[in-house]
Design a protein around this ligand. Structure first.
Ligand code: ATP
Ligand code: MG
Length: 437
């Protein structure tokens, strides 16, 4: 993408309305703009990151046999009356009436909708287990939307649902999802810690939140220090095998969200206790028959008997993750994207656009890299070098290639690693190899 044509409205000044660094940087980097409180439009750069995250989440769900569906954003109130949540959900639910005076709502979550789909078409124990998910916008009329997409009213969530014949099998589904989450966050460049959590209005028996530690986190959490050092990125996992040992590795160590904290357990940890602020990036629940029972989601068992299915639900805050990753990865100059979610891999800076040799070298490298499938944002704008450097650092692409007339005379350009700040002089004809290795 040529920056001269790209819609990338960066800002030099910090917007007054942004209280946390991720919100500030998202506005300054031209990633998004507010529509109304807690509701945002995503601009091209922001949308690229959102899609990257969404795709990693999708791949990891598919990898455990969870199948993608797409449920609507608008749901009929009657479904929520069946589970008795229509009134319980309170003012966070955006209620809508259609032209026929039917009560509808903008879905804050989809337990009822998926249970309805399941009961309509699944009849036999032979069809279980089933794991289904979708990635869809949700609406919750939060009392205090704040921190940009961190706590929005409209937000993108991946929510998955499991259907099993009995508790043991439901536990296996829960474990699969638990481990798959650890892998998902590792791929996003995050160290997410699973913590025992309150089940809240979803209800149920077993629940974990996945928390990343950041000063701007909305709640205080506590855990064993060892949990922040577990390396997930390179583990081979057999999802059909017994996952309980991996789960135990985490759950045997103390980790609790604010509602679940246990002063005695914390005192016993001594120096191993870590108390910090955390951002919730995912939440999983096992809730048994809480929805299947009132809604009649049953299958026929081996002996012809009727069995009410056991369910769980599993959420990941996809749009919140964009902000959470920035909270975890930025410096004074701007965002530092992990390569897996970066909107482009390379920023190519032409320092002198009116110099024929610079333009030719940049055009050539840009063509070759994009031809090889490397995503490049090419700063071909007629601007001063300082502004170009500042913008490129702000938007945080992992690699910068800086092409200027002086270096070019000797066949050299500069290659900068955004994370380490390391700058190297590299021969022009080696850059392609370095960036495609
Ligand atoms: P919170 O405690 O932050 O209000 P929640 O427990 O109500 O979240 P869940 O129902 O567990 O949220 O939703 C699953 C995930 O969706 C959360 O882990 C979070 O990452 C994300 N999420 C929830 N509410 C919001 C919101 N208002 N804005 C952005 N993301 C959200
Ligand atoms: Mg939650």
């Amino acid at each position: 993408m040529r920056m001269s044509a790209y819609f990338l409205p960066t800002l030099k000044e910090n917007p007054a309305e942004a209280q946390v660094v991720s919100h500030r940087l998202m506005l300054r980097a031209g990633m998004l703009r507010q529509s109304s409180a807690g509701i945002y439009s995503w601009l091209p750069l922001g949308l690229r990151v959102l899609r990257r995250i969404e795709n990693i989440v999708r791949q990891e769900q598919n990898a455990i046999g969870c199948q993608e569906v797409l449920m609507p954003t608008i749901q009929p109130a009657d479904l929520w009356r069946e589970s008795d949540r229509y009134d319980d959900y309170g003012p966070e639910m955006l209620r809508i009436r259609d032209r026929h005076d039917r009560d509808m709502l903008y879905g804050p979550t989809n337990e009822e909708q998926i249970t309805d789909i399941f009961r309509g078409d699944v009849r036999s124990y032979k069809d279980l287990p089933k794991l289904l998910y979708h990635i869809q916008w949700k609406f919750r009329d939060e009392i205090r939307p704040r921190f940009g997409v961190m706590r929005g009213r409209e937000f993108l969530m991946k929510d998955a649902y499991s259907f099993d014949l009995d508790g043991d099998s439901a536990r296996r589904s829960y474990n699969k999802m638990f481990v798959s989450y650890l892998r998902t966050y590792a791929r996003l460049g995050l160290q997410a810690i699973p913590m025992r959590a309150d089940t809240g209005p979803i209800g149920g028996d077993m629940s974990h939140e996945f928390i990343i530690l950041a000063d701007t986190g909305e709640s205080e959490v506590a855990c064993h220090k060892a949990l922040i050092e577990v390396d997930w990125a390179n583990r081979e996992i057999d999802f059909e095998g017994d996952l309980q040992p991996i789960i135990d590795e985490f759950t045997s160590k103390y980790a609790a969200t604010d509602e679940e904290r246990d002063p005695a357990a914390e005192a016993a940890l001594g120096d191993d206790l870590l108390v910090a602020r955390g951002i919730e990036v995912g939440h999983i629940f096992y809730f048994g028959t809480k929805y299947s029972k009132p809604m009649g989601a049953v299958v026929t068992g081996p002996d012809g008997e009727e069995i009410t299915v056991e369910m769980g639900s599993y959420g990941i805050g996809v749009s919140r993750l964009v902000a959470a990753i920035i909270e975890a990865s930025h410096d004074d100059a701007g965002i530092v994207w992990p390569e897996s979610v970066a909107p482009f891999k390379v920023g190519l800076i032409n320092l002198k656009t009116d110099d024929g040799a610079c333009a030719a070298a940049c055009d050539d490298l840009y063509g070759k890299l994009t031809g090889a499938g490397v995503e490049v944002l090419y700063d071909d704008r007629d601007l001063r070098a300082g502004g170009k450097f500042a913008d490129m650092d702000l938007i945080g692409l992992p690699w910068q290639v800086i092409v200027g007339p002086r270096g070019l005379k000797e066949g050299r350009v500069e290659l900068k690693n955004r994370r380490t700040g390391d700058r190297q002089e590299v021969a022009l004809d080696e850059v392609f190899g370095r960036l495609t290795a």
